[in-house]
Ligand binder design. Structure first.
Ligand SMILES: [Zn+2]
Length: 420
């Protein structure tokens, strides 16, 4: 079968939407927990699916336990778009908390059930399906579509997207869609950065029975510093005029999802005192204490601002013998709101859902940064029921999956110059 126009491509997709649902369910039936599980079976499944669709693919990577699959359709020149998804899932955890078998892949009237449905095997199924339909349709692509399926996202990610980006697989791409769960009315176009702040305090040991008279308590010193840690949360992001709308959208979404007032998390530094260790025995005055603070940096905040503020926090606490280390992992990153991939997804999602779809920034971070640091306009958009993600009773709505598959396909038609 060969069809040329977008309408024909869409008709072909519509006739096969049940296949998309079955594909999602089949992926769920292959346990791919990370950590603990193997990624071999799920990766073999993806390779098989592509081969049967007549799409040449290749297994690549640096760790045989966490391989990646890459594939490409279209021609070498022209617009190049990457579709990214991860097939590893977080462990199912305590089975007693599940109301259904987490790897059954059961399809009900409205939903598909199981670990990884929303995060993110439905998204993976959507991009595989869109690519297969385009290949099968025979429509001529004015450019190419590259597929990046990874199996290491949930536990570090160094063998997945980070590796692909570092090894040339994302070079010269013009756009990237990561099919992570966002829900149908949000397109994620930016995210916060992250730095681990380690505070270390040094004291003097003494017999615990003489505490207050002898020695210098390193734990109490660090507590004084932590009393001022919220000074870091006053640091604000810095945005261009063209980012104003996305910022408004992001705060609105954060308020809706996390409660009124939480929108400030988008454009301010967040600081979580996450780990503390100190002391040796109850009967000894502790001479060492260490705290790790997870700081998330809004777009536009750099290393110097953070470092200056950390110094002020320590200074204000009035204690001596406190040192700090800053381990910068990423900075805030974003894609312009008018990038073709943002506009394409927004247009088709709004048309299909008859609902407003808002480009916005995340309060957390994801693999999208690896593409953005290479200056590739990158978005996240994928089907999702938030409730079960990284929790129990994970599901995804069938309608959401079917619509996402069509939105991906129609957006790819736009980017690949397939006319009505
Ligand atoms: Zn995910």
């Amino acid at each position: 079968m060969s069809c040329k126009s977008r309408d024909e491509v869409l008709e072909l997709a519509k006739s096969k939407l049940d296949e998309l649902i079955k594909l999602t369910s089949d992926l769920i039936k292959i346990p791919s927990e990370n950590p603990i599980g193997s990624q071999r079976d799920v990766i073999d499944f993806v390779k098989n699916y592509l081969s049967e669709a007549g799409i040449p693919c290749e297994e690549v990577g640096c760790n045989p336990d966490f391989p990646c699959v890459v594939a490409k359709i279209g021609k070498d020149e022209g617009f190049s778009v990457i579709l990214n998804g991860h097939v590893d899932v977080v462990p199912a955890g305590d089975r007693a908390q599940w109301e259904f078998e987490p790897f059954s892949g059961e399809i009900t009237d409205k939903c598909i059930l199981g670990r990884g449905t929303s995060d993110m095997k439905a998204g993976v199924a959507g991009v595989l399906f869109a690519m297969k339909i385009l290949a099968e349709s025979g429509a001529e692509l004015n450019g190419n579509i590259r597929l990046h399926i990874v199996s290491d996202e949930e536990s570090g990610g160094q063998f997945g997207t980070k590796w692909l980006c570092a090894n040339g697989y994302a070079d010269n791409a013009d756009a990237c869609l990561v099919a992570e769960p966002t829900g149908h009315n949000t397109i994620e176009i930016g995210q916060k950065g992250r730095v681990d702040l380690v505070l270390k305090s040094y004291g003097k040991s003494a017999h615990g029975s003489l505490a207050g008279f002898k020695g210098e308590n390193a734990i109490l010193k660090l507590i004084k510093v932590l009393e001022n840690i919220n000074m870091l949360r006053e640091i604000e992001g810095c945005y261009k005029e063209s980012q104003a709308q996305a910022l408004i959208n992001s705060k609105l979404i954060a308020d809706q999802k996390n409660g009124a007032g939480t929108g400030d998390v988008i454009d301010h530094v967040s600081a979580n005192v996450g780990m503390i260790k100190g002391g040796t025995r109850p009967n000894m005055v502790p001479d060492y204490c260490e705290v790790t603070v997870d700081l998330r940096l809004p777009i536009g905040v750099g290393a110097k601002e953070i470092e200056d503020c950390v110094k002020k926090v320590i200074e204000k606490s009035g204690v001596t013998g406190v040192e700090y280390e800053l381990d910068f992992q990423t900075f805030g990153n974003y894609t312009e709101i008018d990038a073709p991939i943002v506009e394409a997804i927004k247009k088709h999602a709004e048309a299909l859902w008859k609902d407003e779809v808002l480009p916005a920034y995340q309060w957390a971070s994801s693999d999208a940064r690896d593409y953005r640091v290479k200056d590739i306009p990158t978005i996240q958009y994928g089907p999702s029921n938030t409730v079960g993600i990284h929790s129990y009773n994970e599901t995804v709505d069938i309608e959401d999956v079917k619509n996402a598959g069509q939105i991906y396909l129609l957006s790819l038609c736009d980017l690949m110059g397939i006319a009505d």
